[in-house]
Design a protein around this ligand. Structure first.
Ligand SMILES: [Zn+2]
Length: 127
């Protein structure tokens, strides 16, 4: 019944506007204040890279927080959601450009599509 609580303090969205999960299960990168960061402000680059001889896919440029120099909040739930979706492992790694998400295996195209579905301005990078 839409509109039932319109104009009252109960008029709250029950799902995250970015990842569409229930708000208590939101996986969006969080800033230091715990607020989800809007994907539309982010321009991640997704590249392939071999680490210890194995293919990995690296996502650079997702920042939890407004600071583009790499200051970050919490990317852990977001990382976990990617690993679950792809059924693979991964982790977070510091780099000179900020925190990067490392996903095991070559999932570049799938990750670009997935990030775009959240509203990120994702682009493939490298070869
Ligand atoms: Zn969310």
């Amino acid at each position: 019944m839409p509109g039932l609580f319109d104009g009252t303090s109960l008029q709250q969205p029950v799902t995250c506007e970015y990842c569409t999960n229930p708000r208590d299960a939101c996986v969006c990168p969080r800033d230091a204040a715990g607020e989800p960061c809007p994907p539309s402000t982010q321009h991640p680059r997704v590249r392939r890279e071999k680490r210890r001889g194995k293919p990995n896919t690296i996502i650079a440029g997702i920042h939890a927080g407004p600071n583009p120099t790499g200051k970050h909040g919490d990317l852990t739930p977001f990382l976990k959601s990617l690993k679950t979706k792809l059924g693979t492992g991964g982790g977070l790694a510091d780099s000179p450009g900020g925190l990067e998400i490392v996903i095991q295996g070559d999932h570049r195209d799938a990750l670009v599509d997935h990030l775009k579905s959240f509203g990120y301005h994702a682009k493939p990078a490298g070869g």
